[in-house]
Write a protein that binds this ligand. Structure first.
Ligand code: FAD
Length: 362
């Protein structure tokens, strides 16, 4: 285990796979959807699944489970347009709302019948619940919250990398003697797959084989999570984040001011959240959110690995730090060495003037 990418190469030692397990072929992505919307992490995983399937020379499949109807079938077509070769479709009125028992039964049945070698699920609330119970039922390995997926061709196995020891190290886990190899990945860790509306593929239907009386959990009412007013960092295009370098909570207002002018979300490091300067939903990093904005402005942030893993895939990173040797300058696109309390208001004013000129010209 090491942070060093060179040393993170998968184990090369060849392990003979039980012939029964060698029959497992193909990469699957579970397509998570709720109330007519597919969770974007499913399409991010489809992009990653495509790469893994191509490397192994096998098919990529989407798994769609839901109530019978046009909408559920539409998700199958979308899975194919996002890169799958085929889609396994399980339709049953029991699957209208997510419940652990029928989804676990349905997905384990599909796995036992069609035998995929890799099964990827988003590390969402639903995905974490489902992946754990499916892996336990199938008695196979599950690597949670992966940051990188690769194929160890020597062993034909999934090499799933994730932070460990409090995020100070990255380790690569291989599941050599069990199938399928399961992994969950948090939203925004992988890039979204490209969409091709001319792509076609097969749909294989499979019954759930349960009746409502077999299920203990009942859905009495659907109460949507009230997202109004909650930070939406994961899918923001611009994020302005502040760290301990801002010294005191009053100075964090400078982050809000710049974010307002840019129409950005506000992020923060863990110490800032722990100090109560902002709510926990705004923490970026290993134990917070993973983000992938077009622009990430980091002020007074050192760039510790636990913060870095949550934001390093941003398209452009601008770091403001008074220490020219701060680690954040090792991976920032642009670095500004100086006092954040001076630079932030200057940037806010410059953007305000620029944007009002653009508006006037428009
Ligand atoms: C298990 C675990 C999980 C963790 N998860 C997370 C996580 O999810 N997210 C996270 O962020 N951290 C996380 N951490 C904490 C992480 O290790 C770092 O401690 C943290 O990211 C540092 O936050 P910071 O950059 O705000 O503070 P510091 O590391 O203290 O850095 C402050 C920076 O501000 C600069 N500075 C000082 N004064 C000024 C000024 N006037 N103008 C400009 N710059 C200035 C300094 O040079 C310094 O680089 C985790 C730690 C552990 C052990």
């Amino acid at each position: 285990m090491s942070q060093d990418t060179e040393q993170r190469k998968p184990a090369r030692k060849k392990v003979e796979l039980d012939p029964k397990l060698a029959a497992y072929k193909g990469v699957w992505v579970f397509v998570e959807h709720e109330r007519g919307h597919v969770h974007p992490v499913s399409w991010e995983l489809m992009g990653e699944g495509r790469k893994l399937a191509d490397k192994l020379g096998v098919e990529l499949a989407g798994i769609v489970m839901g109530a019978p109807g046009e909408e559920t079938r539409q998700f199958c077509s979308e899975a194919i347009r996002f890169g799958a070769d085929l889609c396994y479709l399980m339709e049953d009125v029991i699957l209208k709302d997510y419940r652990n028992e029928p989804f676990t039964k349905g997905l384990t049945d599909l796995v036992n019948t069609y035998q995929p070698e890799i099964l990827l699920i988003g590390a969402t609330t639903l995905g974490r619940d489902l992946a754990g119970s499916v892996a336990t039922t199938l008695k196979t390995g599950l690597t949670a919250d992966c940051t990188e997926l690769a194929i160890d061709l020597e062993n034909r196995s999934l090499a799933a990398t994730r932070p460990t020891f409090g995020g100070s190290l990255l380790c690569t886990i291989v599941t050599l003697n069990y199938r399928p190899q399961m992994a969950t990945v948090r939203p925004r860790v992988m890039a979204m797959a490209s969409y091709d509306d001319t792509r076609t593929g097969r749909t294989i239907e499979h019954p759930l084989g349960m009746i409502e009386d077999m299920i203990i959990t009942k859905v009495l009412e659907y109460i949507p999570d009230n997202l109004q007013g909650k930070p939406q960092l994961a899918f923001a295009d611009i994020i302005v984040s502040g760290g301990r370098g801002l010294k005191k909570p009053e100075n964090f207002q400078l982050i809000w001011d710049l974010a307002k002018v840019l129409g950005a979300e506000v992020g923060a490091t863990r110490p800032v959240v722990q100090a109560g300067w902002v709510e926990a939903d705004r923490q970026v990093g290993q134990s917070g959110k993973t983000v992938r904005p077009k622009l990430y402005i980091a002020a007074g942030i050192s760039g510790a690995i636990q913060h870095r893993v949550g934001m390093e895939d941003s398209d452009v990173i601008i770091a403001i730090n008074s220490d020219p040797n701060a680690p954040i300058f090792d991976f920032a696109t642009y670095g500004i060495v100086g006092n954040a309390m001076v630079i932030l208001p200057a940037l806010t004013e410059a953007f305000r003037q620029h944007l009002s000129t653009v508006k006037l010209a428009g």
